[in-house]
Each structure stands twice: as structure tokens, then as C-alpha cells.
Write a protein that binds this ligand. Structure first.
Ligand code: SER
Length: 596
């Protein structure tokens, strides 16, 4: 049988739903905009939430797309046959248009007529019913009417057949479609909810008619929606009868390269096959995150931390295979070539992808060696079978050795790590140093003492004065770190500041302090803030309503605060040092004295 490739499935899916009156919409970014509740776009419905809740979509009531998604909740499962941290989701939506019957009819027609999957291979699950929503006989009858035998229609509870976008938001019962891989059932009770490998879920049709409110209650939505999601990787795998997604054309290039670099055959030995799959998966996800239209870079917080973890994990598994970390960039290059036609942003951002990847790999390779040595020592002298939390934190703090890696290595050796103790040590550290980066801008500084609060206001004045004195409106904040002793502020500028310029900036800040301007905070929508030309720093963190701090005619910035009440409180501002931070980025350290 001829192999079915990924591009064919994308094309067939979109064409089919287009023929059923759906408009094709582009994939949204992997980094959700204006939604601080999730780190990544995890499903096709995610960018469509406002429309599922009732807003009018400019393209109409029937939509379809192929959405890039990242889910890292199952990261430990990656390496098996079906789990990936990045995947593409084929989806079609009815926004208050068709519902259960039509949706199931579309799915059945696409699977059996377009993809020519034999009906005998299909099994489905439907919602068993409870106090919130009736047993879904309509879905079951529709499937049965189409020829799915009753003994292949399984009724399952909320835990299996209910889809939530998050703790609150649009949700509803679903019907899930599975392919029978032909493996014998593991027991007489084996059904599609079993993970023995007999059944693989390829498509989920959610009947979104509820909104779960903050009290956890289900309220009927204004409109009945359908939200479906089909995993591209899994479906191609199933259509071709492959053993795993890594045999599909999406991965064959990367796996061949990894196997060549390792000098080992893929599929021959369990551990090295798993390592190859993990590298192929993680580097693909890293490539997409770095190359995204809202691309991120490795860091110690939020999305950046996930990215860092993926890259570092790849390096670790590469070492296990005898592959030098730096060669992983070769794999990213393959992915960019492979995907850039479908996702042009990868081609546009390719230089950044390779540079950042290389930088992170290099950084980590250096620390890895030290960290592993230290952990080996810890294990050698360990009494009992648990590494204590303080030690695990020291490995992270001193050697940059991620806790997940400590846990993984320990697990391989049959040891455990005191995670609670680790968290306590981490909290203790944050309290002590008051620099907990992850705390810094979560609606306020980790340390809200008078000094740090005023230094924060000083960074606003500093940014405004840099722009004014250097006559450059393109200057932006590229990083900020505040301790009770000083502020540290990074901004883009191509050259060192002259002595005169430094003095002029300092004077301008002190001038604004002397004018004792009130610092006024207003809440408004993100659109209003943009319309007022407010400076925005951390785009992806904003919610719909933002706080905007205005310092008279000097500065207007979206910011979580807190700030001084009036600039006169800041006393006297002094630039202590101006130096390079990285290419094109300057760094200023400054202090305040004589606080009022
Ligand atoms: N939102 C559902 C899912 O992710 C269907 O798209 O499975």
C-alpha cells in the first residue's frame, strides 16, 4: 500500500471541510496572546474561545484549520509510540451552527470515504450521562445508524468523555473516535479507555454547550458549538499501519540523522530507540517554540523554562547515545527545511532558532558535566534511598542542574528525590535573595519594600529618559532585575553611552524626581492601553484588563506595579555602571539614595 504522507492528510482534511462550507483559518501562535492562564496553545479551540462563547467570527460559523499545539503534561510518556510534546491538530468548528448529528456524519464520511478506513477498524465512545448532562443516546444512535456496531460504541463517564478548555470556560460532552490496531484485547473488559495499545484515539468531537463558571457550575452557553480535534501524527501513523508516530514522514528525516550521529540503528534496542525518539520530539518542539511568530528563548520562567528543559533533556539523551550536544542543531535544520512551507515563520526565524539552540546547548553542556559529577558524589555517599531536597536544590542553584534531571537520574538508579524539601529550599532561597525571577512581575515585585518599589518606578523614568536623551524611540526594556540595593536595566542600543549621555540621562531622571510628579494607576483594556500608546513590556503575560501607570508627561506603561505614589519619593538617582549585556543590548546599574 502506498504511504500516506502528512501533507496529503492536511490537504484532504481542509479540502473536505471546505467542501462542507467551512472557511480555512490559519494556525495561531503557540504562545497564546493575552491569556496568562496557559503557557501554550494546547488545542485548536484555544484561540477560538471568544467565538465559542458567542462573539461573531469574521469568517462565519463554520471553520477548519491545522493548529500547532504544544502539550508538555505528558512529557514523561514521550518516547512511546504515540506521545509528542508538539503536534498538529486538524480541527473543524461549528459556532452555533450544526451540532451532534451533522458533526458525526462529517467525521464518518471523512474517515470511511476520504481516508478509506474500514468501518470494522473504528470504535467510538460517547458520554454515559450524569446530573449535569444526559446520556448521549443521540450520538450513539447516529453512530449506530452509520454502521458502527453497538458493541463498538462505549458509554464512558465525564473523566473520559467530557472536554474542558480549562478550569473555567466552554466545555461539553464528547464522542471520541478510536482505531483498533489489531492487537488482541488485554482482557474481556478492555475498552478504548484502556491504554494497552489495542485502541488509539485519533479524533475527538466535543459538543460544547456549557460554560463552567468560577464556582464549577455548568451553565448553558448562548449557542451550541462543535469543536473537533484530530491528531495529525497519530492519524498518519494509524493510516499507514506504522508502529509509532516516529515512522511517519514527519520524523523519518530526524530519526535517520540521529541514528547516523549515534552510529546506532533505530528500533534495534529499546533504550536507544527511546532516546532517539525523545531527541526527535524535543528538538522539533524547541524549533517550533524558538521559531514561532511570538517566539520565546530559553529562560528560567514560564514558557522559557519549558523550552530550556526540552533542550537540556535532548542534550542529556544525546550524550547517552554518544552524540555531541552541538550536533542537535543539525536536526533543527532538518525540521526547518521540512516544515517551512507549511509554517513559513520557521524559515523567517531560522537564524534565531539555530543561534539560540546552539547557545543553550553550549551553556548546558558545560554545567552538565559538573552537575552529573556532583550528583554521582551525592549518590555515592547517600544513606537510604532518597536524595534530600536541599541537596537537589543546591545542584540546581549552583550547577544549573534542573530538578527534573536529578529526578530522572535518581529514578534510573532506583532512588527518589524529596520534592517537597526541594520546594521548601527553593522558597527559602527566594525569600532570602528576594530575586525569585518567577515572582518578579506576577502583579508585583517579589519584594515590595519601599526601596524596591521606588527602584521599580525609577526604571520607568530611566526608560523614558533614555529614549529622550538618545533620541531613539525604538529603545525598549530587554530585562530588569531589582534588588533592595540597586536596579539593573537592559535595553537595546548598538553602542556604549558616552560620559555626557550618561550624565544627561541621570540628570533627566533626577529632574523628573524633582518635579515630584504623581504616579497614577488606571485599569483599562489592552486595546485602550495600546491606543494610548502605552509602553508594553511583557506582551504574553497580559490579561484582557491591564494596569497602566502614568507618570505625568514622562511615561505611560502597562505594568503590574507596585510603584511610588509620586516621583519626589525617589530621592536621588545615580547611574553606577553602563556596560554591554549581550550583542546589541546595554545594561545599566543604578541606585537611589535619600528616599523620602
Ligand atoms: N478540544 C478538543 C481536544 O483538544 C477537540 O478539539 O481534544
Amino acid at each position: 500500500m502506498k504511504e500516506i504522507k502528512s501533507y496529503e492528510l492536511r490537504e484532504k482534511y481542509l479540502k473536505f471541510f471546505e467542501s462542507k462550507g467551512h472557511k480555512i483559518i490559519p494556525s495561531a501562535s503557540l504562545i497564546p496572546e493575552n491569556d496568562p492562564s496557559v503557557l501554550f496553545t494546547t488545542a485548536g479551540m484555544h484561540p477560538l474561545v471568544p467565538y465559542l462563547l458567542g462573539q461573531k467570527h469574521p469568517q462565519g460559523k463554520r471553520l477548519c484549520d491545522v493548529q500547532k499545539c504544544v502539550r508538555t503534561g505528558d512529557i514523561d510518556e514521550v518516547g512511546d509510540a504515540t506521545h509528542c510534546t508538539f503536534f498538529e491538530m486538524l480541527g473543524n468548528w461549528s459556532l452555533g451552527d450544526y451540532f451532534r448529528k451533522e458533526s458525526i456524519n462529517f467525521s464518518f464520511e471523512f474517515l470511511t470515504k476520504v481516508l478509506e478506513i474500514p468501518v470494522e477498524k473504528i470504535a467510538v465512545t460517547v458520554f454515559a450521562g450524569d446530573e449535569d448532562c444526559a446520556r448521549d443516546e443521540e450520538a450513539a444512535d447516529t453512530w449506530a445508524g452509520l454502521g458502527i456496531p453497538r458493541d463498538r460504541i462505549f458509554y464512558l463517564p465525564k473523566a473520559n468523555n467530557w472536554w474542558y478548555a480549562g478550569a473555567t470556560g466552554p466545555c461539553g460532552s464528547d464522542t471520541e473516535i478510536f482505531i483498533d490496531t489489531g492487537k488482541p484485547a488485554c482482557s474481556e473488559h478492555c475498552d478504548p479507555s484502556c491504554d494497552c495499545g489495542k485502541w488509539v484515539e485519533i479524533w475527538n468531537n466535543v459538543f460544547m454547550e456549557f460554560n463552567r463558571n468560577a464556582e464549577g457550575k455548568f451553565e448553558k452557553l448562548k449557542q451550541k458549538n462543535v469543536d473537533t480535534g484530530m491528531g495529525l501524527e497519530r492519524t498518519i501513523c494509524m493510516l499507514n499501519g506504522f508502529k509509532s508516530v516516529y515512522e511517519t514522514d514527519l520524523f523519518t528525516g530526524a530519526i535517520a540523522k540521529i541514528s547516523e550521529l549515534a552510529g546506532k540503528k533505530y528500533g534495534e534496542e529499546e533504550d536507544s530507540t527511546r532516546a532517539m525518539r525523545i531527541i526527535a520530539d524535543h528538538i522539533r518542539t524547541a524549533t517550533f517554540l524558538l521559531g514561532d511568530e511570538n517566539g520565546i528563548v530559553p529562560s528560567n520562567v514560564d514558557q522559557g523554562y519549558v523550552l530550556r528543559r526540552l533542550i537540556r533533556r535532548s542534550v542529556r539523551f544525546a550524550r547517552q547515545l554518544g552524540i555531541e550536544g552541538g550536533s542537535l542543531v543539525e536536526i533543527a535544520k532538518l525540521y526547518v527545511e521540512q516544515y517551512k512551507e507549511v509554517y513559513p515563520e520557521l524559515g523567517i526565524n531560522s537564524a534565531k532558532i539555530f543561534e539560540e539552540l546552539e547557545k543553550e546547548i553550549e551553556k548546558f553542556s558545560k554545567t552538565l558535566e559538573d552537575g552529573i559529577k556532583q550528583l554521582d558524589k551525592v549518590i555515592q555517599y547517600l544513606k537510604g534511598d532518597t536524595v534530600n531536597g536541599k541537596t537537589a536544590f543546591r545542584l540546581y542553584d549552583t550547577y544549573g542542574f534542573p530538578i527534573e534531571m536529578t529526578m530522572e537520574i535518581c529514578k534510573e538508579k532506583g532512588l527518589s528525590v524529596d520534592l517537597e524539601g526541594y520546594k521548601l529550599a527553593q522558597e527559602e532561597h527566594i525569600k532570602k535573595s528576594q530575586q525569585g525571577a518567577e515572582q518578579k512581575f506576577k502583579g508585583g515585585l517579589a519584594d515590595s519594600s519601599k526601596m524596591t518599589t521606588y527602584l521599580h518606578t525609577a526604571t520607568h523614568l530611566l526608560l523614558a529618559c533614555l529614549k529622550k536623551v538618545l533620541h531613539d524611540d525604538n529603545i525598549q526594556q530587554k530585562g530588569s532585575n531589582i534588588t533592595p540595593e540597586r536596579l539593573r536595566f537592559d535595553f537595546n542600543f548598538p553602542r556604549p553611552l558616552t560620559e555626557e549621555e550618561k550624565q544627561a540621562v541621570e540628570d533627566a531622571v533626577n529632574d523628573a524626581i524633582k518635579r515630584d510628579i504623581p504616579v497614577v494607576c488606571t485599569e483599562m483594556t489592552i486595546e485602550e492601553a495600546r491606543a494610548k500608546n502605552a509602553v508594553g513590556v511583557f506582551g504574553s503575560r497580559y490579561g484582557e484588563i491591564v494596569k497602566v501607570y502614568q507618570i505625568g508627561d514622562v511615561d505611560l506603561q502597562i505594568c503590574g506595579g507596585p510603584h511610588a505614589e509620586h516621583t519626589g519619593q525617589l530621592g536621588h538617582f545615580k547611574i553606577e555602571k553602563e556596560q554591554s549585556s549581550s550583542a546589541g543590548i546595554r545594561r545599566i546599574r543604578a541606585t537611589l539614595s535619600d528616599l523620602v
